[in-house]
Design a protein around this ligand. Sequence first.
Ligand code: 9MR
Length: 542
Amino acid sequence: MKRSRLYVLTILLVSIGLQLHSQTFKNELILTSDFEDGKMGNWGARGTEKVEVTTEIAKSGKYSLKISERSKTWNGPIHVLTEKPVPEDTYIVTAWIYYKEGPAQSGFVMSVERSFQNEKQDHSYMNVASFQVERGEWTQVSAEYNVPKDPTQKTIWFYFELPYKEDNAVTANDKINFYIDDVRVEKMDPAAKPKIELAIPSLYESMAKWFSVGASVEPEDVEPSTQKAQLMIKHFDTIVAGNAHKMDSVQPKEGQFDWNRADKIIDFAEMTGMRIRWHTLLWHSQVPAWMFQDPKDPNKTVSKDLLNQRLKNHIQTIVRRYKGRVESYDVVNEVLSDNGGFRTGSEGSKWYQILGPEYIENAFRWAREADPNAQLVINDYNLESSVRKRQDMYNLIKDLKQKKVPIDAVGLQMHVSINAPSIQEIRETINLFASLGVNVIITELDVSIYHNPSESKKPITNDILLWQAQRYKDLFNLFKEAANKKQLDTVVVWGLTDDGSWLNNFPVPGRTNAPLLFDKQLKAKPAFWAIVDPKKVPGIKQ
Ligand code: 9MR
């Protein structure tokens, strides 16, 4: 029988497809350390701790590397990753970690250190991934590190440590001995690196009728020409810094503003025509220590007068610099307590402790003075789920408005879960604030796949992703409803891809989350499709 053309074509396409599928990527092996020659190779210590080859225990063979006499969390074994860093190279590190004495479980972190050509520049340190290890069990850990685009970087090392604590907070549990074995480092085949999907709709274009859609990023995410930057450009038209605009990043030393990381995000946004939100002029967290210290004696608390001056200077230096460029500022972040009223000193707010509640209105007035046209926002979390906190925020905004404090909008962070709070609670929250005549902004949206903060790690199944998709769909339906009522014009998600979310390893160490719209491979998740084209997601209710 003569084969039909269709048959031949089908066979051809199937075989091309199979070839593409079976294409194997060739990662380059950079390092294997099993210590079986009884030598340390190029492994070393980071501080005064002892790093040695031992036969006490091994994952495979006879030897492993033992780390003992540790006195700081950051004490641990270190090895060069590369002396010739090539931006955008991706390294995959796998290793086994073991400890036999100490707490039943312990967090471990893989980090990288970088040196720079300019010797005066400090080394930089970054946590790449954190893991949970059980006492008495060899645990395999693995992490990927993407080399930043920085022509001045020289050598990159990787190392293992315990989660960071200030020296004076270190306890015996932070000083445990541990062992590593069978370390393997590969450089990823560039052909295997994730690429954005070009042929899908743009998220922000799909929502343009209702609101602008933003995402928070780190400076590394927006190095022009990287795939993450392309993802940002394609899908978002508002940008926010996840960390780079916070006090400790912008003014690490008194009077020495460091615009380097801040401007990477601003420059990218201006180059690509995005709207810019600034997060945040004031927060109780991520504040450099000097801010609250007396200039003559760091053990003493700064005076009220000087702290007011420092705060005014911080706010106005930033707002003047970006006048007409930054459209919207989170002026104050998380100033309310979860237990009612203002966040006090006992809940971490030195602002409140030293300055009293007036710091809030001062911050708004100083910001307005520096840029009369920027939108000024008060930002907080759990305003939807806690009726009391919501009412406190309502009363606070009302009071500020009565005092003619220039406040334009309330930011609902919207770190929600797959199951709660309800859409109706969120609707009531938006309606309540809109009734005060302020705009509502969704500032930090993500949808945790866990039902509560302490639920233990679970596999991320397709069912969960579909459930999450429905939740995103319902949320976006509500945001559209609010936009139609002119209550809301901006929705920002807190991160670009699941792997970069703050909800990984938090609040449960070792727990993986998947709260965003794109996955690690830069692929649109069902949640994205539920918002943009719901018929593509099976079982979605409109
Ligand atoms: O996403 C931020 C994360 O990378 C930081 O480690 C963390 C430090 O506190 O801050 C995260 O962002 C927070 C934001 O600034 C304020 N609202 C809660 C966010 C998640 O913790």
